[in-house]
Design a protein around this ligand. Structure first.
Ligand SMILES: NC(=O)c1ccc[n+]([C@@H]2O[C@H](COP(=O)([O-])OP(=O)(O)OC[C@H]3O[C@@H](n4cnc5c(N)ncnc54)[C@H](OP(=O)(O)O)[C@@H]3O)[C@@H](O)[C@H]2O)c1
Length: 241
């Protein structure tokens, strides 16, 4: 097995868990985030579990740099079979009434335009093979707008629209595209640490939001990719969805 997964936004929560889940299934893993030291620590942890990985520090808000980043990953691993895209920071919420163009431009780069650039760069080889995976991780704000929690929501909503359209177009051509919407706090993530440390506020009572295990979410992503019978899933399931 020489398949390669690229985790875009490889942090301590979902990114690390997806790397482990696919790694356990035999995938080699390319790890992308900005903090090179943390990526190296994750890579060493994966090596301890017998998983081959390599680190590619990059700022995914810099959409124009995506083609060169993909070239570096392909040069190292030879091929890209699956991408998982779910970068997130803790400075993420802006009330819609306060949102300005410059702020939203950043979110559009990070959550919509960079994924489009990545798909442009990796899709041709997937279509040539007639197999591949494009996996998007998001907050539930992409499908359920919430007061005070705008900013990334509009950009994520656009990315969801894009991935659902990709799903319909690419399924007959052997490539899976789909989205996981996270409607809880991810245990062990930077977001979890910020919430429990009180550095994220915006009037939300985070104690009422379910705590989710990243390994369970990674399993859901694995199931979406391997079963290919759903374009998206929300965890935990939301009323009416
Ligand atoms: N954490 C939660 O409680 C929570 C709640 C609801 C929804 N979600 C969703 O679940 C998904 C996974 O969240 P997670 O917290 O578990 O993520 P994670 O895998 O722990 O971390 C994501 C990583 O993205 C990286 N990142 C942020 N901005 C970046 C940029 N400009 N360029 C490159 N990398 C960047 C950060 O690393 P660097 O700082 O090193 O770049 C961060 O460690 C996300 O889609 C998020 O919206 C999470």
């Amino acid at each position: 097995m020489d398949k390669t997964l690229v985790v875009f936004g490889a942090g301590t929560g979902l990114g690390a868990a997806v790397a482990r889940r696919f790694g356990e299934a035999g995938y080699r893993v390319a790890l992308v985030a900005r903090d090179a030291a943390r990526l190296s620590a994750l890579s060493a942890e994966l090596a301890g579990a017998g998983i081959t990985s390599a680190v590619f520090p990059a700022d995914l808000a810099r959409t124009a740099e995506v083609p060169a980043l993909i070239d570096r990953i392909r040069e190292h691993f030879g091929r890209i079979d699956v991408i998982e895209y779910a970068p997130i920071t803790t400075d993420l919420f802006v009330p819609a009434a306060d949102l300005d163009v410059a702020t939203e431009q950043h979110y559009l780069n990070l959550y919509l335009l960079t994924p489009i650039a990545i798909v442009q760069a990796v899709l041709p080889e997937m279509l040539t093979r007639g197999d591949g995976g494009l996996l998007l991780g998001q907050g539930v704000g992409a499908i359920r707008p919430m007061p005070g929690l705008s900013g990334l929501g509009p950009a994520m909503a656009a990315a969801r629209n894009y991935f659902l359209t990709l799903h319909a177009e690419l399924a007959p051509r052997g490539v899976y595209a789909g989205a996981l919407h996270v409607a809880g706090i991810i245990n062990g993530s930077a977001g979890h640490r910020a919430v429990t440390g009180g550095t994220v506020a915006h009037g939300v009572d985070f104690t009422r939001i379910p705590l989710l295990e990243p390994s369970d979410l990674a399993e859901t992503m694995w199931t979406l990719f391997t079963k290919r019978d759903q374009a998206e899933e929300t965890v935990p399931a939301q009323p009416g969805r």
